[in-house]
Design a protein around this ligand. Sequence first.
Ligand code: SF4
Length: 473
Amino acid sequence: MAKKYLIETFGCQMNVHDSERMAGLLEQAGYEPTDDERDADLVVINTCSVRERAEDQLYTRLGELRVLGEETGHRPIVAVAGCVAQQEGAALLGRTNGHVIDAVVGTQRLKMLPVVVEKGARAPFAEVDVAPWDDVSFPLGVARRGDPVKAYVTVSEGCNDYCAFCVVPYTRGRERMRPKADVLADVREAVDSGRREIQLLGQIVNDYRAPDDPACDFAGLLAAVHEVAGVERIRFASPHPRHTGARLIEAIRDLPKVCKHMHLPVQSGSTRVLQAMRRRHTREQYLELVAQIRDAIPNVALSTDMIVGFPGERVQDFEQTLTLIEAVQYHSIFSFKYSVRPNTLASKRMPDEVSEAEKTSRIVALQSRQREIQTRLHQRAVGSTVPVLVDSVSRRRDGEMSGRTTGNTVVNFVPPGDTGSPAPGSGSRWIGQTVPVTIRRAGPNSLWGEMAGVDRAKTGRSAPEAPGDTHAD
Ligand code: SF4
């Protein structure tokens, strides 16, 4: 009987895609997937160490597996992959605080997972060697893509920027580019397997330069992906402000399949803090860039990452963060309290001096202000009809579907023909289609509407009272 595997993923889209690749490798090696940890012969925990809290999740999960083993006698092989694996290496192995880990595989050794697991089953084994210029090729078609609509495609890995707070250059290694031919082959494979939206991934995705086509930068890559028949939408994450030039802005404006959304990490609204963070952009440069983008693409939706409580952040600095989000009017932000990360410049040279209580108070204020901004922006969409790429059945309201606008806003809607009390999941035939939805209500996190042309009386449905709570990002 085939052995069964379960992969648990924490962290970013890059990790999600790595898990898809690891799943494919394990299936090639004869494993079968399972969702039940009591049934799994192998549990792979794909970890994130970007925030302290994310790292803690590994230890929580290991504790749960230990309890499961004590209660049931079931003891799967446990492998740790991802950024914590790369960061801690062989130190994770063995029995530490009761947590059992059999195998560790680093971010740049994922291709070896089946071998590492086999060795780990015999005796604790770690494979985390860093080869700075290791190629980023991966066997085409191996990934077991988990999403029926969108496909992640890696274009580069690693980062050379060494922002003071960030662990990524230490866990993902130096920046390496994937050949354009491989990227396009991956895109074609994703489209052939039914995916409609391509999400290009790289730590600084817009620093892309094709190793096999020296004239091709990231704007050129977008144009090449745009040419692939069957691609309906293109997104990318994450661009860096300092690599966002006129060519890229024009590409987003001029290529219809490229979504009119940019995630543009800023991290702070204070130039003083940005300099301490070694971000290589000032508040003024960032706002100038936002003005250029909005000038070229008036309806573009912007999102960002923000850290509060970075060492040395004064109240005045934080207030500049608040004025920045008002100035930019982001559609969403990912905000975090600063936490010390191993090896980083900040961990070595900057005392973590903003108190936890102050960090909490700042993040609450930031998120509250952002919620007001998002609500206002979403309210403006009420009454309009927007194309929505349907990606799932709503988990909150039977018979409703969920998808995203080109600006990446979640829209829950009633599909046509679902009158009375539709069966859960009855609208799943719409998944993968782009449909027009007339927006009826707006909340801070999402919109709610009806497919255009559908008589509301016939649907028998009314808008929920709090659409913002139906499907948060
Ligand atoms: S640009 Fe800065 S924040 Fe982004 S991955 Fe590189 S070091 Fe980290």
